[in-house]
Design a protein. Structure first.
Length: 293
């Protein structure tokens, strides 16, 4: 699924009577998060919330920071609390919806994004994110209408999406959305060798995005997200779907995860988007447990 751009709000501390220590921790957390130091940032947000638990900005930005680490389950709790403290805060609904999308709770995601639009009917980012969700679910026509609406409202990220709406036929059987992983491979070499790549196919937002979607749906033996980094392309093979000639390529990813014994392990995973077969869970791993809220 398309990686949503989660944005921080500015360092606005709303209470007129606040603990200076809580605000200091909050400001430091925000600074670290904006530098991409998510794990460090969360520790400072934790301290701020311990001192002052009724500031929605701290809960919201801690949730956004957890999203940076693909900790969507944990982020939901923070967005829930944000909404309790500030029921009219539209971005909390939008980002809770996006977190639910990554957790494959697509109905819950749609409900939250729709509510964000109810709160603000000219919220361009929300129309854009709803279009991404509709596109993922194969609802091409409403997706394109929402991309168009977002663009008219000044959300510039929608421009290339609108161009694709115009260029690509509405019905395209070569597009494969990866919504969930439901079966585990019984081949312990599946995905781990070039001869047995994961075949994710082309998705509504392209092949590389399908590969990222697949990897984000994986969980290790402890039920936590895996960490991945693309190493490069490799391993040409014959495919009728190759762009030039008969040689298709695979993408090689460096995967870091926790084993059943608690040790950190590393391996390579091979993925191709030139061909499609139902993607399976890698041997020894799990997938997301759907969280309905």
């Amino acid at each position: 699924m398309t990686k949503t751009i989660f944005t921080f709000i500015f360092s606005v501390w709303l209470s007129s009577s606040y603990s200076q220590d809580a605000k200091t921790y909050y400001d430091k957390g925000l600074e670290l998060a904006q530098q991409g130091k998510a794990e460090e940032a969360i520790k400072y947000f934790d301290k701020s919330i311990e001192i002052r638990s009724d500031e929605y900005v701290a809960w919201y930005n801690r949730g956004i920071t957890k999203v940076m680490l693909n900790l969507y389950e944990d982020a939901l709790t923070d967005f829930d609390r944000t909404i309790i403290l500030s029921p009219g805060y539209k971005k909390a609904y939008l980002n809770r919806g996006n977190a639910k999308k990554h957790l494959t709770d697509y109905d819950g995601a749609m409900a939250d994004i729709n509510f964000a639009i109810r709160l603000d009917s000219i919220f361009g980012e929300a129309y854009y994110d709803r279009a991404l969700l509709e596109n993922l679910l194969g609802r091409r026509v409403p997706a394109c209408l929402d991309f168009e609406k977002a663009l008219k409202l000044g959300y510039k990220n929608a421009q290339p999406k609108m161009e694709r709406c115009i260029q690509r036929p509405t019905a395209d059987t070569s597009i494969h959305s990866i919504l969930r992983l439901s079966r585990t491979s019984d081949n312990d070499k599946y995905g781990f060798t070039p001869e047995n790549p994961v075949k994710v196919g082309m998705g509504p937002e392209g092949g590389p995005n399908n590969a990222r979607t697949y990897l984000e749906l994986l969980r290790d033996a402890k039920g936590r997200p895996v960490k991945y980094e693309r190493v490069g392309t490799c391993c040409p093979y014959e495919s009728k779907h190759a762009l030039y000639g008969k040689q298709a390529l695979e993408d090689k990813y460096d995967l870091t995860y926790t084993g059943a014994d608690g040790r950190e392990l590393k391996t390579f995973v091979y993925i191709t988007f030139y061909d499609y077969e139902e993607p399976l869970i890698l041997a020894g791993m799990r997938t997301i447990h759907v969280s309905m809220r």
